[in-house]
Design a binder for this molecule. Structure first.
Ligand SMILES: [Fe+2]
Length: 426
């Protein structure tokens, strides 16, 4: 039977949101057969080989990938452990306390993977930063085989190259990379700085922002059609020796050697793929009095708030305009959450004088937290005015995170007492 004519281009369409959706949008890049699992020749006389990349076994979001001539399984040398690993180092028993980590004080150096520093880790979630000063080495690729990744670009420009295509990056962008995606990083110039969230479960837009057809509602602060989709260049039809480093088993890294270039897709179609989302496209929602963080939610993992985590973007918005509104947050104790906050700039009024750009605060459950010092009184002047912050907040649900040894090295030892010191000058 003759092959079906291929579908080409970059079409989008909505899918029924019948399972925990990794994405609400199906995308197509390059050429794929109209009917899945049917004979297809991207080049005359050459049978393309199909791969399904999916979550939740065979039941969740997936994409079908059409390899030009070889399966992605063709290793030509035995697997061996890499010369580095990405395990989160455990720490000794510590008393319950809040942490302030100054990530900007970490030295830049190495490529994106070897520069990664896990700072906080739990059974299903890891928070790292990476400050690479060079692109991925030639002939080398990397795949996170055990976690989905959400990255926030704090500094640097360049491109994330994957088998799905190329995504440019710049400061302020989120990049979402599904577990199992093969990647390379190209830095345009100078060092880059990434916040990295890893999750065992898929990361996606919050289902409560989506209607029954999987489309963002008209009340949602994020609009899924504003994502950046990868652009697929022509398939790399190249033989040779190509290294794929795979992270697995709690941070071990294994070196695979393929006999062909991994970016060999004639096309792909599906709902699982890497994409970017500009934090500036988080459309803030304000109300007359203080608005709690869930209105700022951008992504989530799992079934938040029952498990997984929520990611919120704090960006400029009008502070409540009620004549007696207190714009600063109230003290709060969210007993089922560990709260991690990454400050892209230091304009967050509740922590003024404590944080610096690149600071991470970690407030574990079991402790209330609040603004420092005179922040509440000071915030009265901001009533009804535009704020200037840019921060990423992650709240886990029913998952405790622990600080790693690498995190402790950049911890501000005075942070637990910073509330009383800021108020009383002690
Ligand atoms: Fe908080």
């Amino acid at each position: 039977m003759a092959a079906q004519p291929g579908q080409t281009g970059g079409s989008l369409r909505y899918r029924q949101n019948s399972y925990t959706a990794a994405m609400a949008v199906i995308a197509t890049r390059g050429k794929v057969p109209k009917v899945p699992h049917t004979e297809f020749h991207a080049k005359p006389g050459l049978l393309a080989l199909e791969e399904i990349h999916g979550v939740y076994g065979f039941s969740g979001a997936y994409s079908r990938k059409m390899h030009l001539r070889r399966y992605p399984t063709e290793q030509v040398a035995p697997p061996r452990l890499a010369d580095f690993d990405l395990r989160a180092e455990p720490t000794q028993e510590l008393p319950l306390q809040p942490f302030h980590l100054r990530t900007a004080r970490l030295a830049a150096g190495g490529d994106f993977w070897r520069a990664r520093r896990p700072l906080l880790a739990g059974p299903a979630t890891t928070i790292s930063v990476s400050r690479p000063d060079r692109s991925t080495p030639a002939g080398e690729f990397f795949r996170n085989g055990e976690a989905h990744e959400l990255l926030f670009v704090q500094q640097g420009r360049g491109s994330l190259e994957t088998e799905y295509g190329v995504l440019p990056f710049r400061p302020g962008l989120y990049l979402l990379v599904p577990k199992g995606t093969t990647t390379r990083w190209r830095l345009a110039k100078g060092p880059a700085f990434f916040l990295i969230v890893e999750s065992l479960q898929p990361i996606h837009f919050a289902p409560h922002y989506l209607n029954a057809q999987g489309q963002a509602t008209l009340m949602a602060p994020v609009v899924e059609t504003e994502i950046g989709l990868p652009q697929l260049p022509p398939a790399r039809d190249e033989a040779g020796r190509f290294t794929v480093l795979v992270k697995h088993g709690g941070g071990r890294v294994t070196r695979l050697t393929l006999g062909h270039h991994p970016f060999d897709l004639a096309g792909w179609q599906g709902a699982l793929y890497p994409f970017s989302f500009d934090s500036a496209d988080q459309h803030s929602i304000s109300r007359e009095i203080h608005t709690a963080p869930p209105t700022r939610q951008t992504f989530q993992s799992g079934e938040a708030p029952r498990n997984g985590f929520a990611v919120c973007t704090f960006r400029p918005q009008i502070e409540g305009w009620h004549p007696a509104n207190v714009p600063a947050p109230y003290a709060h104790q969210n007993v089922d959450c560990d709260e991690v906050m990454f400050f892209s700039n230091a304009n967050y009024g509740a922590r003024r004088g404590v944080i610096e750009p690149g600071s991470i605060t970690f407030h574990p459950s079991g402790l209330p937290h609040s603004p420092q010092g005179e922040a509440a009184k000071r915030s009265l002047k901001a009533r009804g005015k535009m704020s200037r912050e840019l921060a990423v907040m992650l709240d886990t649900f029913f998952e405790s995170l622990q600080i790693t040894g690498q995190g402790l090295k950049i911890a501000d030892g005075g942070y637990p007492l910073s509330w009383s010191k800021r108020r009383h000058g002690a």
